[in-house]
Design a protein around this ligand. Structure first.
Ligand code: ZN
Length: 427
């Protein structure tokens, strides 16, 4: 299908930052074929008015657990260990096959409504998460969560087999790609990690993991292995592959050197880290060292939403406050972290910028919303004023997922009904 977005203010890449200019965007199939000049012979099947509208590259949520949207609001104001072991895991144990599908679609509704077009999902249930991502029309990197006590641990091997099965089942859908997700340093033994790294190499996929989220984790790993979580992963060979590590709140200078030298992306989750009382990743220091930093919400059980514009707001505010530095993580830097850097972390090619030749992943905001006026600086408005409800139309891979705030690929009413039914059963 050919889509033409007429004369819309657009956030275009410019010298490492952004410029906002009125352009007409031409989309053919899944690709932006021109931003400006009409391509020869281009005939639109659909035209979208750009009047009072603002087009941005689709936001990339680099770290979430989509199915956990079912657990939104069920464990708040609790210490990390009570939250995870006392509440979240026992509830999760009650979830059955299709529950994961509905939970993941609940997440998709929220992601699309918030202007996200791509996400990286760490999930435990075979098939259901991938099926939800497929049906939603979003671009997704599906990463099977893996835990294992040894190289021969039957559970650990089964999880690896399930990851491979999902890769085979959904191999025909270009929007879906895969990585392996060893869950965390404290749930994966050294030789299991080595087996995961070997398997990832064999399959030609990257690694998605959690690292240095809490002080307790850092102390546990130091007591067990005499090193930091980042050093532990490096020794196991995980960072010899394309790798992305969520959280990275507690980092030594040596950890930062390793992340830089091994080209590991850091997926920062400011709201989740705050809510669970873990602190903040040293984002300004990582950026200064040249580490690729991407932005994620983590799950709705620790956030409690998947609103990427809200997350962008926190990202661009907290480091100013924590470091006493009002120029730390600017709005433009934040938007790049939430788009192009995210695409890089997810190993997505031609994603994350609004220009010719890129995938047609675009969010269009309604500039008649009060929060976007006066139109002094729309990039600033995204970071400091927008709340997410400004997003009106969302296109991923050239397909319209939401138009005039109406979801096109997901039956939202059904998803809300099923989600509440599941929660009533497990609560
Ligand atoms: Zn996580």
């Amino acid at each position: 299908m050919n889509i033409q977005i007429n004369n819309v203010l657009a956030a275009l890449p410019c010298g490492g930052g952004f410029t906002v200019e009125a352009r007409t965007i031409y989309i053919s199939g899944g690709t932006v074929v021109s931003v400006g000049e009409k391509p020869e012979g281009f005939v639109p099947d659909r035209e979208i008015s750009g009047q009072n509208r603002f087009a941005i590259p689709g936001l990339v949520n680099s770290h979430t657990h989509a199915y956990m949207s079912l657990l939104r609001g069920c464990a708040d104001d609790m210490p990390f260990n009570d939250w995870l072991f006392g509440r979240i895991l026992p509830l999760e144990d009650k979830l059955l096959g299709e529950d994961f599908y509905w939970g993941s679609l609940l997440a998709a509704c929220e992601l699309i409504r918030g202007g996200a077009t791509a996400y990286m999902d760490m999930y435990p249930a075979p098939e259901q998460s991938a099926r939800a991502a497929h049906d939603s029309g979003m671009r997704a990197v599906l990463t099977r969560g893996l835990v294992g006590e040894s190289r021969d641990d039957e559970g650990g091997l089964r999880r690896l087999r399930e990851a491979e099965n999902d890769m085979r089942t959904f191999a025909g859908c270009e929007r879906l790609t895969f990585m392996l997700a060893p869950h965390a340093p404290y749930t994966c033994a050294p030789d299991y990690l080595r087996a995961v790294a070997e398997k990832a190499k064999e399959l030609g996929v990257g690694i998605h993991t959690h690292a240095s989220e809490s002080l307790n984790e850092v102390e546990t790993i130091r007591a067990r292995y005499g090193c930091t979580p980042v050093e532990y992963f490096e020794k196991a060979g995980l960072f010899d592959l394309h790798a992305a590590a969520a959280h990275c709140v507690f980092l030594t200078d040596n950890d930062i050197d390793i992340l830089h030298d091994k080209k590991v992306s850091v997926l920062t989750n400011p709201v989740s880290n705050m809510k669970l009382g873990n602190g903040f990743a040293p984002v300004p220091k990582l950026l200064e060292r040249g580490v690729n930093v991407a932005l994620g919400t983590d799950s709705a059980a620790s956030n409690n939403n998947l609103n990427m514009l809200k997350e962008l707001g926190y990202l661009t505010l907290v480091h100013k406050g924590v470091n006493g530095d009002a120029v730390s993580v600017s709005a433009a830097e934040g938007l790049k972290i939430a788009t192009a850097n995210g695409a890089k972390a997810l190993a997505l090619e031609n994603v994350g910028e609004l220009k010719a030749g890129m995938k047609a992943d675009i969010a269009i905001l309604d500039l008649t919303c009060v929060s976007m006026n006066p139109r002094a600086d729309l990039i600033s408005a995204l970071a400091y004023s927008a709340c997410g409800s400004e997003v009106e139309t969302v296109i991923a891979d050239g397909q319209i997922l939401m138009e005039n705030r109406e979801l096109k690929t997901v039956d939202e009413e059904r998803v809300l009904y099923e989600s509440n039914k599941i929660y009533d059963r497990i609560k």
